[in-house]
Write a protein that binds this ligand. Sequence first.
Ligand SMILES: CC(C)(COP(=O)(O)OP(=O)(O)OC[C@H]1O[C@@H](n2cnc3c(N)ncnc32)[C@H](O)[C@@H]1OP(=O)(O)O)[C@@H](O)C(=O)NCCC(=O)NCCS
Length: 190
Amino acid sequence: MRGGPREAPDTQKKGCQEMNPDVKLSPFQAGDLDTLCRWRNHPEVSRFLSHRIKTLDQAAVWFQRMTGDPNNLLMGITVDGKLVGYGIVENVDLHSGKCEIGIVIGEPDFWGKGIGKTAVAALLEYCFGKLQLNRVLAVMARGNGRSVALFENSGFTHEGTLREATLINGEHTDLFLYSLLKREYLDAHA
Ligand SMILES: CC(C)(COP(=O)(O)OP(=O)(O)OC[C@H]1O[C@@H](n2cnc3c(N)ncnc32)[C@H](O)[C@@H]1OP(=O)(O)O)[C@@H](O)C(=O)NCCC(=O)NCCS
């Protein structure tokens, strides 16, 4: 661990990483929005997510924002062909060379198997390789230990905390800012 605010040890590792499931990113379709709503209505999946996407109408507005803006990218995450989640690249700023990424694995049965890490690696390849960005940001709520572990394992550094910047289950909750710079990414992949 890198000195960031990782809070809880892994007690539920299922040892499935060795099974090397076929994780792929593919375009997320409008027809998948009912699945997305099911995920976002799952209390464990949405526990640390502040942005409300509960109804199909809300999902459609979000989908339009993600797919109708060239500075955003929305991708589905499939495992052996099954859609299990999505990854986003948003607020791409080619001038400053930065963006933000996020991941949701909507099927909790698929957590802890390295799927998030594989999906983050694919998004980073897109950000640093194809877009040639300099900096990628990830933001997560305090308490989201899986997300903290995922981004620390993916090379990100905790660079700051926005105090009580989001509302989670009615509680004002800190947001952790994690970033990865291109030179750090390249060093790790040299
Ligand atoms: C966060 C999320 C994307 C992680 O995906 P994942 O496929 O489970 O990620 P990985 O398996 O690659 O890595 C998870 C890490 O968390 C660790 N972990 C598991 N349970 C944990 C816990 N309760 N506390 C802390 N770490 C935990 C795992 O051991 C693993 O780390 P390791 O590889 O060092 O062992 C997934 O849990 C999710 O979609 N959660 C709901 C939505 C969400 O909160 N998204 C993040 C928004 S910023």
